[in-house]
Design a protein around this ligand. Structure first.
Ligand code: CA
Length: 219
């Protein structure tokens, strides 16, 4: 799950980046509205956390441009503005959720998981494939109830494939979802993660479509 965080307060931005990473999100952080509007036009994100009071371009304008382009990216406004009028304006401009600072990180992470679920059309909080269960809130994976240890990236690859079960994801789609801007993966890193996942869950779980990408069947 790749989150674009737009927050101009350096301390808060730093704290949110660290906290959301610990909660399992890939976080890219921008400090002004114009940079955010640009990034949203050229990059793929799974979630947007948007401050309203921003330099260069106001958060509301970022949101209006996003929705004006028809982008459905799940968006949570995170702001100090607690007036009902601001909340109504933000939600009616296309935000999916609205949270007033100071923020509790656990609540923010849970709301983001809920937004991701809803945008994927899923009702259940866990991802299942046969007797394999991935719980995004607990960040754990079990097979028939038995926990399976996964490295961080292995977990992220499995999560994005399960979230898109039945669809083929290209290598670049998977990489965009599991790496932020300053993390350049080795050229064969993804193959290594897939190899480890097959060792842990059996060769049949993840299918390779040569020259296209990877998929997990929908069950
Ligand atoms: Ca601000």
């Amino acid at each position: 799950m790749r989150v674009l965080l737009v927050e101009d307060d350096p301390q808060l931005g730093d704290g949110l980046t660290v906290g959301l990473r610990q909660a399992g999100f890939v976080v890219d952080w921008l400090r002004d509205g114009a940079a955010a509007a640009h990034a949203l036009g050229v990059e793929e994100f799974d979630l947007l956390v948007l401050d309203l009071g921003l330099p260069r371009l106001a958060g509301m304008e970022v949101l209006k441009r996003l929705r004006g382009r028809g982008q459905a990216l799940p968006t949570l406004i995170l702001t100090a503005r607690d007036a009902t009028g601001d909340k109504v304006a933000g939600l009616d401009a296309g935000a999916d959720d609205y949270l007033v600072k100071p923020v509790d990180l656990d609540e923010l992470a849970a709301r983001l998981r809920a937004l991701a679920r809803r945008s994927a059309g899923r009702a259940a909080p866990v991802l299942c494939h046969g007797d394999l269960v991935l719980d995004p809130a607990a960040r754990c994976v079990t097979v028939a109830g038995v926990p399976v240890e996964l490295a961080g990236r292995e977990y992220a690859v499995l999560q994005v494939l399960l979230e898109n079960a039945g669809r083929v994801l290209t290598r670049s789609q998977i990489e965009q979802s599991i790496y932020g801007w300053r993390e350049e993966p080795d050229s064969n890193a993804l193959e290594v993660h897939i190899h480890h996942l097959r060792k842990k869950f059996g060769a049949g779980l993840i299918r390779t479509l040569r020259g296209v990408g990877y998929t997990i069947a929908k069950v």
